[in-house]
Ligand binder design. Structure first.
Ligand code: ADP
Length: 485
């Protein structure tokens, strides 16, 4: 099966979140299962700088915002990629430093609509074998709003590949003003409520939802949730109407990069059968990173970790609501890695200044520190209000760090709450909050601490998570089946 996988970010080139991990690991899993899968993404400055070889394939004049851009299709080589990699190079749109979507102050780049329209137009040419590759994909697999226009641009052609559109997060709708639609010269025939129009604007995410042959999202529970007004972000009607084309497939974990036995970011290694002394050494290194001048006994104290974007979705405000009380009434310590809304970052920094030996905060983007927290913490915090799939809770279970999660989306599908029955049948892997509020979180933290004080029970919960199969194998096969239906 020949598949073109379209993404706006990919690990290790320019990852900002879960999509970056999946855009690397899913195509590689499919490649190992024999698919001819190739990856295409914009040629951001950071990405170009990491390439070993670049070959010009073709050059095209592509309509932008009131102008025409000269766009190059490049073939690239990078040592971490075992499959062909193509870059869409348009200097005025992609040759700039920093985040792929946001300007330095955190708001979206002013020309995002133009950037991802030009990107989609070139991808559509590649999909039709009109870009000099002499390769015709049978399937074009698009991901999130940044590639949502691709299925729409292909929709009225007789000879075209099938399109698959995966929702990694419905909250980001890629919504832009109607005036831009005109200026970008997007097809007038697609401007209607059953097309790209979205409450008077247009939405690139909606384009993918309306025109893809198949829609997937990254967990079965999220596939159901987004069909309801509560989590539908105004698109639940569209999703209900296309319900027969929508399915949820859980993301898998890339066992090459997320494996405590081999992880090159860690100072020590460990396994489900022998978690110690490796995990303890990781904890000591993690504590040393965040807390200076501590005595040897500090490593015995329970340590909670958080890694993620600091936004309302991730429930960071719920953690802030219970943090001080937990610090007062327990001996638990906390470390946080992530950036996002300034207000949340600042509130955490205030607590870190007040409790310098018990609360550690880093607002960097650090792959090394993310791995160290997954490995070195005792318990992982992920009380997301909604979570399409979530990767961090799976990483934490594999690293023997039982997560505290809210019962939503992929968190509900991957974490089994600890109770008498699940301890008995060996399925307990974490602590599930019935609702996303501070009281449920406080209760889950208290339950985790209670179990942590009973080493035999805690080791069993760790072991259950560490031995669970979170690999891509079966999940990638589900994609292969979809591609060929
Ligand atoms: P989302 O896609 O909503 O951001 P996921 O849990 O699916 O959430 O994936 C987040 C990914 O991004 C994980 O690999 C996580 O480790 C990583 N990540 C998030 N913030 C940071 C950060 N500040 N430094 C390093 N990695 C981060």
């Amino acid at each position: 099966m020949k598949t073109l996988f379209v993404t706006s970010e990919v690990f290790p080139l320019n990852k900002t979140g879960g999509l970056g991990d999946v855009a690397y690991s899913l195509p590689h899993a499919l490649h190992y299962q024999g698919a001819d899968i190739r990856l295409i993404l914009p040629a951001y400055r950071d990405v170009l700088g990491q390439m070993r070889d670049l070959t010009l394939i073709s050059r095209h004049d592509i309509d932008g915002d009131g102008c025409t851009h000269s766009v190059r299709l490049l073939q690239a080589r990078h040592e971490d990629f075992e499959l062909p990699l193509y870059l869409v190079d348009c200097q005025p749109l992609f040759d700039r430093p920093g985040n792929p979507y946001n300007a330095p102050h955190g708001e979206g780049w002013h020309d995002n609509a133009e950037r991802f329209t030009v990107f989609a137009r070139l991808v559509a040419l590649v999909a039709r074998n009109l870009a000099g590759l002499d390769w015709q994909p049978q399937v074009v697999h698009c991901n999130d709003w940044q590639s949502g226009l691709v299925p729409a641009l292909l929709s009225d052609l007789h000879e075209r590949p099938r399109s698959v559109f995966t929702i990694h997060n419905l909250a980001y709708t890629g919504q832009f003003p109607a005036a831009l639609y005109q200026r970008l010269r997007l097809p007038e025939t697609l401007w209607h409520p059953d097309g790209l129009e979205f409450y008077g604007d247009f939405s690139m995410l909606k384009a993918g939802l309306q025109y893809a042959d198949i829609i997937t999202t990254v967990s079965p529970t999220y596939a159901r949730e987004i069909c309801s007004p509560q989590l539908g972000h105004g698109l639940d009607g569209v999703l209900r109407a296309r319900g027969d084309k929508l399915c949820g497939i859980l993301n898998g974990v890339d066992g090459q990069h997320w494996n405590p036995q081999t992880d090159t970011y860690l100072p020590a290694h460990f396994s489900a059968d022998k978690p110690q002394p490796g995990k303890r050494a990781c904890k000591a290194a993690l504590r040393e990173y965040f807390f200076s001048d501590q005595d040897g006994a500090a490593v015995e104290r329970p340590l909670f970790g958080f890694v993620g974007r600091m936004v309302g979705q991730k429930g960071i405000d719920l953690i802030l609501d219970v943090l001080e009380d937990t610090l007062t009434h327990s001996d638990a310590d906390f470390v946080f890695l992530g950036s996002g809304q300034r207000e949340m970052e600042n509130r955490l920094q205030v607590l870190a200044a007040r409790y310098p030996q018990r609360v550690g905060v880093s607002t960097r983007f650090s792959e090394t520190l993310a791995h160290l927290i997954e490995a070195g913490a005792d318990c992982f915090l992920m009380p997301s209000r909604f979570e399409p799939c979530g990767l961090n809770q799976m990483y934490s279970m594999i690293y023997g760090t039982p997560p505290i999660v809210n019962r939503t989306g992929g968190l509900a599908d991957t974490v089994t709450d600890t109770n008498a029955a699940s301890l008995n049948d060996g399925t307990a892997t974490g602590f599930v909050m019935p609702t996303a509020d501070a009281a449920s979180l406080a209760d889950a933290i208290a339950r985790a601490l209670e179990h942590y004080q009973q080493p035999a029970l805690w080791q069993q919960i760790m072991h259950n998570g560490m031995t669970h199969d979170f690999s891509w194998g079966q999940r990638a096969r589900q994609y292969l089946q979809l591609y060929s239906t």
